[in-house]
Ligand binder design. Structure first.
Ligand code: MV4
Length: 449
């Protein structure tokens, strides 16, 4: 195992990675911007290095600043967390070139996943069900119109360099597609500097189901069951859970086996190692691959708490070259977990709401875990993502977790900023949520103020 790990991230995830690493006897180095100097993830680290001013491009996204901090402190490995540089193949390669272990997949696997249209082709050839769509990127409107005729309308145009919904646009008719093709190409170019786009059949209200993957560098790769993340707003997840209601209590066992086999097959096709997530859409009784994420996900705790897998611990051991000693048959579900992302935002208008946490008293109790980036007295600044904490609630059953979650959220005292806690309570009290009737447009129709 490494003696010293640099954590190239901030907030709750930097804090969580630090806690796990120190628990394994690894010294931790935090890097921080001027906006974050007094936050818990900095105070709790063994060493901390200032890497720049508040803007992310000058600090958490600055490869030279992070490599210099690693050199100065003698760190042997770098954990990128999620977001920022976590899925940046150049950063992974730059770490390797500097003699640092990047805690993540091999750069070659990252390269195979980068172009989403190529990733579709690769996993489809390996036998994984993908959303019906175009064969690779579409060089012009004519090829898009031809592909759409084969696929059938409505179609969804996606940026090949995208992911997470950026640049996506749907079309119901050829006339709409002509507009949408240009729009999607322009957005792709603006967001990613590359204009390649591809088409998929558009599912109007799918469920979002993803599968946790864990693989070592000796050829052993397993899945850690599924998470359901259908409740989202503008591609920002709000509530995640495990298991999915679709598969709880042994329901739809045939489909869940198909899903897990597809996820493992996809990960192997990419030559994947370390922790990753394979994303699927569920619609009309079928699951379809959409993309693979080469990182630890925000919502990984619901998997940890329902499988007992120590995902961050395994990330570190795998990166250090150790064998993954967990066998697939050892991965069993226990209970249910729900994760609520606590955002500093107006719960009705959804605007960001930065400011000081004058009062910050998280709830405690049976089945309550809080992964928080902040403590009372800290200031939430407008520089980064407005997520301040994740409240993760477990129960023997989903109903028990829901009841505990209502209490925990009602007892979460925050003053000084607005938060989305009232939105979470509206979701929990919505009959469709308790019934497990979820899809990606849930918040368009439910949990209204
Ligand atoms: C889709 C889709 C419907 N049909 N693809 C958005 C994020 C990106 N990872 C994939 N996304 C979607 N792809 C087809 N062919 C609907 C979405 C989608 C969505 C997916 C997951 C979670 C939330 C979502 C919200 C809106 C749309």
């Amino acid at each position: 195992m490494f003696q010293k790990l640099l954590i190239a991230n901030r907030g709750e995830i930097a804090r969580r990675i630090g806690t796990v690493a120190r628990g394994m006897g690894v010294k931790t180095v935090a890097v921080y911007s001027d906006a974050d100097a007094t936050l818990p993830f900095v105070k709790e680290a063994d060493e901390a290095v200032r890497i720049g001013p508040a803007p992310a491009k000058d600090s958490y996204l600055s490869i030279p600043a992070i490599l210099e901090a690693a050199k100065k402190t003698g760190a042997q490995a770098v954990h990128p967390g999620y977001g920022f540089l976590s899925e940046n193949g150049e950063f992974a390669q730059a770490c390797a070139d500097a003699g640092l272990v990047f805690v993540g997949p091999p750069p070659e696997a990252m390269a195979r996943m980068k172009d989403k249209s190529q990733a579709r082709k690769l996993v489809s050839a390996a036998g994984v069900p993908v959303v019906p769509g175009s064969d690779g990127v579409l060089p012009d409107v004519q090829s898009a119109l031809e592909a759409a005729e084969r696929i059938g309308y409505p179609v969804l145009c996606k940026a090949a360099s995208g992911g997470g919904g950026i640049g996506m646009a749907a079309a119901n008719t050829p006339a709409e597609l002509e507009k949408v093709y240009r729009q999607c190409t322009d957005r792709a170019k603006a967001a990613f500097g590359r204009e390649g786009v591809y088409l998929e059949r558009y599912f109007p209200a799918p469920r979002h189901i993803e599968v946790q993957i864990l693989g070592d560098t000796h050829g052993h790769l397993i899945h850690g069951l599924e998470r359901e993340c259908s409740i989202q707003r503008r591609h920002q997840k709000v509530v995640e859970e495990a298991p999915s209601v679709l598969f709880a209590n042994g329901k739809n066992a045939g489909l869940s086996e198909k899903l897990f086999t597809a996820a493992v097959t996809a990960a192997k096709a990419f030559g994947y190692a370390n922790a990753g997530t394979v994303e699927f859409l569920y619609s009309d009784g079928q699951v379809y691959f959409i993309e693979m994420n080469a990182r630890l996900q925000v919502e990984h705790p619901v998997t940890e708490l329902t499988t007992g897998l120590d995902l961050i611990g395994w990330q570190l051991r795998i990166a250090a070259g150790e064998k993954l000693t967990v066998k697939q048959e050892d991965v069993k579900r226990k209970g249910a977990a729900l994760e609520f992302r606590i955002y500093a935002e107006d719960p009705v208008k959804y605007f960001p709401s930065p400011g000081p946490l004058k009062v910050y008293q998280p709830p405690t109790g049976e089945g309550v875990r809080l992964d928080s980036g902040y403590a009372e007295g800290d200031v939430v600044t407008p520089n980064y993502d407005p997520m301040i904490a994740k409240l993760i609630i477990t129960g023997a059953t989903r109903d028990e977790a829901i009841a505990r979650a209502v209490k925990a959220l009602e007892n979460f005292r925050i003053e000084g900023i607005k938060t989305n806690i009232p939105l979470h309570l509206r979701i929990l009290k919505d009959p469709a949520f308790s019934a497990g009737e979820l899809d990606t447009h849930f918040l368009d129709h439910h949990a209204k103020p």
